[in-house]
Design a protein around this ligand. Structure first.
Ligand code: SF4
Ligand code: SF4
Length: 367
């Protein structure tokens, strides 16, 4: 559980909000709060993850610092979120990784994996990096079986770690006796997540400072998530092509995996770059300083993955293909191993909170 002083601050904040209720139209947090008279530790963790850090309630609040009540809902919810990531992560000793991430650690990790792949290739398959190679044959550099073994093992571990973490978190916020999700609640939660409904609480625009609103935060989020899903679809289609039809990479530029991967790569170059640009302009009062490194780490690795992937696609028939492939794979490995211990988990935790919120609204008949 989060430390006692944070739990106490969370309870104090929500108790004041529950009396005031000025912000009840902004997002799902306030109606969910109003369904409670008291706040257990699990309630605080749940509400922390339901908050999208849109920031509206900070600027609306007459009790915000420097008022003696010190009500700062976005900051308090952000701190509760970080603690829930750490508490429920698997394996638990890796929880400290959440606080050690940053742009530099991501770069070092990516460089380290790339160097290992270079060393292994030079040792085991020296002809793969010969200067005359222009055949675009990725599997001549890293054999298909090696790619499947390495990324299958790492991907399997990532899926297991994420699955256990989200399950622990769900058990924590949904003790026995609380309403379970119906298909309707699930559909509503997925819709709210995909439309980022609560990221822009007072209209189509997101707030970046007092009276400063623009739609960009929402659009860069959409570009990032859409890009990630398209890249995942591209890899999945390529895997089916290989396993079911024997159609091996490289695929033509007009093939489905390449079209999906190109569109996803463009989204993943623009989205993280846009979010990076925005976070430097957003009011620092809306951010939890302890989470700046988490944001930076994920954005850097997503951007590098897509940038090196697009470069590899453009230069695949040039002699630079071999080294570029090893750099790209090193970056992807760095991204994979940090997924369960970084900002990436917020999507799953928030979706679970939205599912719980939709189930509660279903149960009490509210809209
Ligand atoms: S954030 Fe401030 S204004 Fe909004 S409900 Fe809470 S106490 Fe009231
Ligand atoms: S989503 Fe926005 S309005 Fe709602 S609690 Fe979080 S910061 Fe406040």
């Amino acid at each position: 559980m989060p430390p006692a002083d944070l739990l106490h601050r969370g309870e104090h904040t929500l108790t004041v909000c529950n009396s005031c209720r000025y912000c009840e139209q902004y997002c799902a947090v306030f109606p969910a709060m109003e369904r409670r008279l008291t706040f257990s530790d699990a309630d605080l963790v749940y509400l922390g993850n339901l908050c999208h850090n849109c920031g509206e309630c900070l600027y609306a609040c007459q009790y915000a610092p420097p008022h003696e009540f010190g009500i700062d809902v976005p900051r308090t919810m952000a701190e509760l979120r970080l603690h829930s990531y750490e508490e429920d992560c698997w394996p638990r000793p890796l929880a400290r990784a959440f606080r050690r991430q940053g742009a530099l650690t991501s770069l070092v990790l990516a460089a380290g994996f790339s160097a290992i792949l270079f060393a292994a290739t030079v040792q085991l398959n020296p002809s793969a990096l010969s200067p005359g190679r222009t055949d675009a044959e990725f599997y001549a550099v890293v054999p298909h079986g090696v790619m499947v073994a390495v990324f299958g093992a790492v991907g399997g571990f990532v899926a297991l770690a994420l699955g256990v973490s989200v399950w622990r978190y769900w058990r924590r916020i949904s003790p026995r006796g609380t309403p379970g999700p119906t298909p309707r609640a699930l559909a509503r939660a997925v819709r709210d997540a995909l439309t980022l409904r609560h990221l822009h609480a007072s209209g189509p625009d997101c707030v970046s400072a007092e009276e400063a609103r623009a739609p960009w935060r929402r659009w860069w989020h959409h570009a990032t998530l859409g890009g990630f899903l398209l890249c995942f679809a591209s890899t999945s289609v390529a895997a089916v092509y290989h396993a079911a039809f024997g159609w091996e990479a490289p695929h033509p530029y007009t093939s489905l995996p390449v079209l999906l991967g190109t569109a996803g790569g463009v989204g993943l170059v623009l989205g993280p770059a846009g979010q990076w640009w925005l976070r430097r302009r957003r009011d620092p009062a809306l951010a939890d300083p302890a989470q700046q490194g988490l944001d930076a780490s994920l954005l850097v690795l997503l951007w590098l993955t897509s940038a090196t992937g697009l470069l590899l696609l453009a230069l695949r028939a040039r002699t630079v293909m071999g080294p570029l492939l090893l750099v790209h794979l090193g970056v992807v490995l760095a991204l994979f191993v940090t997924l369960p211990y970084g900002k990436f988990v917020h999507g799953f935790y928030r979706l679970a909170a939205l599912v719980k919120d939709a189930a509660e609204r279903d149960a009490d008949g509210s809209v």
